[in-house]
Structure formats: structure tokens, C-alpha cells
Design a protein around this ligand. Structure first.
Ligand SMILES: [Zn+2]
Length: 472
């Protein structure tokens, strides 16, 4: 049984989807006013781990991630540059898709954009007006939180102090200023607007997620994710809008990941500790090492990003890759052993048990590294057989369907022309044509391949590209 911590109940709960075997998942996507930073990626990678694990467990997952391409921040950005909103956001939308590909994040089934769902938002607002949950004021339309008694159930906000009738127009605000929030903002000088049945204007930020989630997943669905920053006001407002509109429970499980800090401090541009993915790639950081780092802290703990932890993540990842190189390149005797089969079975169980326990990634990774340690002893004792090595390779790649930290398999074996050269050299040696054998060895060395002759035959090793160190 899979268990998750549900922010709504504040408890660990067994996971039961609405339809057996199928999970409907909504994750709040990027606001495309800038490049995504590593804090954003912490959330996206936690969501990716969740989704990949559910798929690994046999669920069909339907995943929707919105793209916020109209809100206070995008409008401000476009106005600062004096260009159109679409022209401004296009660049960051493209960058977002490049970035998630680079981080091995499995794509969502739908990426609805706010600006392409304005009319559906208008429809929902019309119903909210009709049902009395929303009201007009000076051309804008607000949601009346007093009309929705369950307001605060996600963020556990205390509404006693509230003064009724106060309104807030900005898309983001603190708990202390919980007030009636804008569903629709009146047309304003210097802002894009749409001519609609409810008047000219543009949507507030929160309404888009209520509208686009129900359009693609239905009025009630299984899991909604985001960072803890989203709990209030964004997700609280989503619940209010959606449940007031449909009369149904909006989402069964709310999963939120914690903050990312840099060197123990909140990331901020003014402190100079603010990193987008692109900043790190410019420093030659390996994206899969970064993915490993972001993945390896439990999602409900604060993740402290440092260049030291990044180097550690890089070394851990190298350990897995080195192990795979060994399995690929050594020549083992024919056969298969029960011990390795049992080790694989045991590791698989621990890996699944770990992740089933509210995505306990530490348990899952410990199981993997324990397998590597034990299998290496097996190799050293010359007990590893050919079929064992094959079983281990395919097992590790099956786990990587969840972790997604390994480069494609072809990069772990050698290109065929190199393999052919190794064979040619073997043949030359057997025929005692040592000069030819040596020449081929030299050629391979230039390609970065070292050959070792052992009693089991020839082994190859890729010379490590100089040890990578990432520094601030
Ligand atoms: Zn959202």
C-alpha cells in the first residue's frame, strides 16, 4: 500500500485513487516571466519522482501542468521591456521545455496555458456570481471567502481576525492579508485585457488552475502538488473556487514539497545565491548530478543546496555508473547464481517499500547502494556470472525508470566501431601479431579507452574525464 502525507488532513494516509489503476495528477506549473530556478526544479523533480513511481507501480497517470502566461509578474515583465505579453512569455515557455528535458523530467500529458482558457474562466466566474460566491466591485469580480465556510481548511488559517468586505487584488499575498480575492480584474491602463461577457479585463491568477484542472481531469481528482509556498493563498483559493462551483470535493490528496535553501539561506537575487538551471549549466554542472541532488532529500524536508552536496551527488552517481561499466565490460564466466537473484529481489522490495512510505527516497537509495556494495564483493570474489551481470544491468535500469538519473544505456556501453577494434586487437594477440595489437591499443587510448588484459580476457575502461568539481 502506498502512503502519502496529505496536507489537507495533516496526516499520513493510504493512497486510493478515485478510479482503480488510474491516477489523475495536477501540478502547478511555471509562471513564465523568467527562467526556472533550482527551487522550482526541486518541486518539478519531486513531482516527477511521484509520477514515475506511480507508473512503476502499475498506475496509469494522467498529468496536467499549467503554464501561467498572464498574471501580475508576466505583465510587469512585458511592460518593463515594452513588448507584448505573448512575445515576452514565448521565450520563457521555450526555455522551460528545454530545461525540463535537460533534467530528464517526464513530460505531462497536457500543458494548458492560461491565455488559451480565458473563456472557460469566464464561464466559471459567471456560475460563481450566480451562486452568490462572487460579487462585483468597481469592474472587478471577487470571491467572497465568508460565503465559503470551509475556507482555510488546507492552510489551517484562522479567519477569526478577518474584517469582512476587505479585498485583495494582487495575485500573491501573505496569510495575514487573507481577504476576498480577485477572480477577474478590471481592464487597466497598460495591461492586456479580454472583452468578455463579464466585462473587459483579465483573470486573477488562482482561477486558471481551478478551470484547467477540471477541464482535463474532471471536477474531482486524485492528487494536486506544488511547493509549500503554494498552499496559501493559491491552493486555498483553488479549493474555494472549485468546490463552490461544483459542490464536490476538489482534490483527495494534496502533496507539497518544502523549500530549497542555498548554503542554509533563502535564495535571493540580492544575496547573490540565486541560481537558475541555466546558471549552473554555465558552470559545467552535470544536469543529472543536479537531478540526483534535488531528488535525494525527502520532499518534506528543507533541501540545502551547496556546491559540496552537489559534488557528493556527482560522486554517488559516478558510483552507480562505474558499477554499470564494470558489469558491461568484464568478461564473466557463463552461469547464473541464486545469490544475485535473491539480492535483486530483496533490493527491489526495499526500494518499493521505501518509496511507498511517503516517497522515502533515502530508504530507496540506501537499498540501491547496498546492492552495489554487495555485488562488488561478489565480483572481487570472482563469483559473478555472465547472467548475473545481465540481470543486474537490467534491474538497475528498471529502477532508473523511477529515478531517471542515468544517461541513456548506449552511453554506458561502447560504440560498435570501438567494440570492433577491441575484437580485432584480441584476434591480433591470439595470432601473436603483437605490433598490430599494440597499435590498436594506442588508437583506443586516443579515444579514451584503456584496455586491461586479465585472465578472463580483455577488459575496457573509459578513462574518466578529469574529475568534475563544481565550485561556486
Ligand atoms: Zn496552480
Amino acid at each position: 500500500m502506498i502512503k502519502f502525507f496529505n496536507t489537507l488532513s495533516g496526516e499520513i494516509e493510504s493512497f486510493l485513487p478515485l478510479a482503480p489503476g488510474e491516477v489523475k495528477l495536477y501540478t502547478c506549473g511555471p509562471t513564465v516571466y523568467d527562467y526556472s530556478h533550482i527551487g522550482n526544479f526541486r518541486a518539478y523533480i519531486f513531482e516527477d519522482l511521484l509520477k514515475r513511481f506511480l507508473i512503476f507501480k502499475g498506475f496509469k497517470v494522467i498529468h496536467v501542468m499549467n503554464i501561467t502566461d498572464v498574471d501580475d509578474k508576466t505583465i510587469k515583465g512585458a511592460n518593463t521591456l515594452g513588448i507584448g505579453l505573448q512575445e515576452y512569455t514565448k521565450k520563457y515557455i521555450e526555455a522551460f521545455f528545454e530545461d525540463i528535458r535537460c533534467m530528464n523530467i517526464a513530460p505531462a500529458d497536457h500543458y494548458p496555458r492560461a491565455t488559451e482558457h480565458i473563456m472557460e474562466m469566464v464561464e466559471m466566474i459567471k456560475i460563481l456570481l450566480k451562486k452568490g460566491y462572487a460579487y462585483r466591485k468597481d469592474g472587478s469580480i471577487y470571491f467572497s471567502i465568508a460565503k465559503f465556510p470551509a475556507y482555510g481548511k488546507l492552510s489551517k488559517i484562522d479567519l477569526k481576525e478577518l474584517k469582512p468586505g476587505l479585498r485583495i487584488d494582487s495575485d500573491e499575498y501573505e496569510k495575514e492579508s487573507a481577504h476576498d480575492f480577485a477572480l477577474w480584474k478590471d481592464k487597466k491602463e497598460g495591461e492586456p485585457f479580454w472583452e468578455t461577457e463579464i466585462g473587459p479585463g483579465r483573470p486573477g491568477w488562482h482561477i486558471e488552475c481551478s478551470v484547467m484542472s477540471s477541464k482535463y481531469l474532471g471536477q474531482a481528482f486524485d492528487i494536486h502538488c506544488g511547493g509549500v509556498d503554494n498552499i496559501f493563498p493559491h491552493h486555498e483559493n483553488e479549493i474555494a473556487q472549485s468546490e463552490a462551483y461544483s459542490g464536490k470535493k476538489f482534490v483527495n490528496y494534496w502533496l507539497h514539497c518544502h523549500h530549497l535553501v542555498v548554503e542554509g539561506e533563502k535564495m535571493s537575487k540580492s544575496k547573490g545565491n540565486f541560481y537558475t538551471l541555466r546558471d549552473l549549466l554555465e558552470k559545467n554542472v552535470d544536469p543529472l548530478s543536479l537531478r540526483f541532488l534535488l531528488l535525494s532529500t525527502h520532499y518534506r524536508k528543507v533541501l540545502n543546496f551547496t556546491f559540496e552536496t552537489l559534488n557528493q551527488a556527482h560522486s554517488s552517481l559516478e558510483r552507480i555508473k562505474d558499477f554499470l561499466y564494470e558489469l558491461h565490460n568484464r568478461s564473466f564466466k557463463e552461469g547464473e547464481s541464486k545469490d544475485i537473484l535473491a539480492l535483486i529481489e530483496e533490493t527491489k522490495q526495499k526500494f518499493i517499500d521505501g518509496l511507498s512510505d511517503d516517497l522515502n527516497i533515502s530508504l530507496a537509495l540506501t537499498a540501491l547502494f547496498e546492492l552495489i556494495r554487495k555485488a562488488n564483493i561478489f565480483i572481487a570474489q570472482e563469483k559473478m556470472r555472465k547472467k548475473d551481470a545481465e540481470n543486474l544491468i537490467s534491474f538497475i535500469h528498471s529502477l532508473d525508470k523511477v529515478l531517471a538519473i542515468l544517461p541513456p544505456q548506449k552511453e554506458i556501453t561502447l560504440p560498435t566501431e570501438i567494440l570492433k577494434k577491441i575484437e580485432e586487437r584480441e584476434k591480433a594477440r591470439q595470432e601473436k601479431k603483437y605490433a598490430l595489437a599494440d597499435r590498436i591499443r594506442q588508437e583506443l587510448l586516443l579515444e579514451g579507452i584503456v584496455l586491461e588484459d586479465t585472465k578472463e580476457g580483455v577488459r575496457w575502461k573509459i578513462i574518466k574525464k578529469e574529475e568534475k568539481k563544481f565550485e561556486n
